[in-house]
Design a protein around this ligand. Sequence first.
Ligand SMILES: Nc1ncnc2c1ncn2[C@@H]1O[C@H](COP(=O)(O)OP(=O)(O)OP(=O)(O)O)[C@@H](O)[C@H]1O
Ligand SMILES: [Mg+2]
Length: 348
Amino acid sequence: MISVEGVTKRYGTVTAVDGLSFTVDRGEVVGFLGPNGAGKTTTMRMITGTLQPDEGSVLFDGVPIMDGLTEAKQRVGYLPESNPLYDEMLVAEYLEHVADLRGLSAADRRTGITNAVDETDLGAVFYRPISECSKGYRQRIGLAGAILHHPEVLILDEPTEGLDPNQRVEIRRLIGSLGRERTVLLSTHVMQEVEATCSRLVILSRGKLAAEGSVQELLANRTGGIRYIVEAQGTGVTEALAGLAGVSGYETFAVEGRVRVQLDAATDEDLRPAIFEMAKDSGWTLWELHRERASLEQVFRNLTSELPGESEKEPAAASEGAPNGMSEGEPGGATDDEADAASLEVSS
Ligand SMILES: Nc1ncnc2c1ncn2[C@@H]1O[C@H](COP(=O)(O)OP(=O)(O)OP(=O)(O)O)[C@@H](O)[C@H]1O
Ligand SMILES: [Mg+2]
């Protein structure tokens, strides 16, 4: 349904998106992942038609969106990053305002608002000022605005960013239900986010496609790696383990006279016999030896971690413990946000 074909976007000397291609099929809920600055927002703005690619194109059902921008925009609902809302408006006024921007007829506006309020469960705050609404409700308001015109496609840019854990669960559930009858592309840099919600993941690193597939496929991926936990007492434990064939990385911790070493393996071959032999030959006391499959979060880190010296930005701490409300470091001003909210203008 959505094809992103060889899309590149530069901001001056920064290549934000670099020859990116992927597809989203009808009815899918696809997670769009990448560390801060990977190019998620830039890509999403090109899919919604608010930003024009320098190279390549975005197609809906085989038709380049730039060939029929008005029609393409009618098919897409967009929740921009940081969800810009007008605090001074009542929820009802805001939804009327979005309906105005969309140019909905009186009848479409009535059914659009009624359905959106119903789907996002906003009845309780409908006549409240937006400034009095919690962050969770604000996201619901943004989602209601995005679905007013009955779009088949939803583009949601970090919809759970800045929410507390309970609100996150609620919004994820809401996205799941909105996604039952729509095609959804949802961005996040929190890996756990997507396990419950998404049927497939597209992972971006520095503007390029790093991986694509279902959670199971990515976990089974060779590059995901296997991890060993070894706790031992003896001399030269860390150095010897780190030098073992098949080990691609390690972390070590001192534990009461012993060392606990976490080894990342670049091979599927089971290294436990070799580790056991090493312990025996070196006269170590072995307290623990344990093999585990990499978590989705490790897969994400392996796929997107920056090489030393190449990073212009800190790679994301892709952990659930990441503080909420982190700054996004995005220079886009109010003009951008307004264009996003209305999704009616094209900038280049
Ligand atoms: N309006 C802009 N002008 C200049 N550079 C920009 C602009 N918007 C984004 N960039 C740069 O383009 C790159 C990709 O940014 P983008 O916002 O698309 O990433 P992102 O994956 O959405 O990141 P985040 O997780 O922080 O939201 C970054 O290096 C960013 O600094
Ligand atoms: Mg972004």
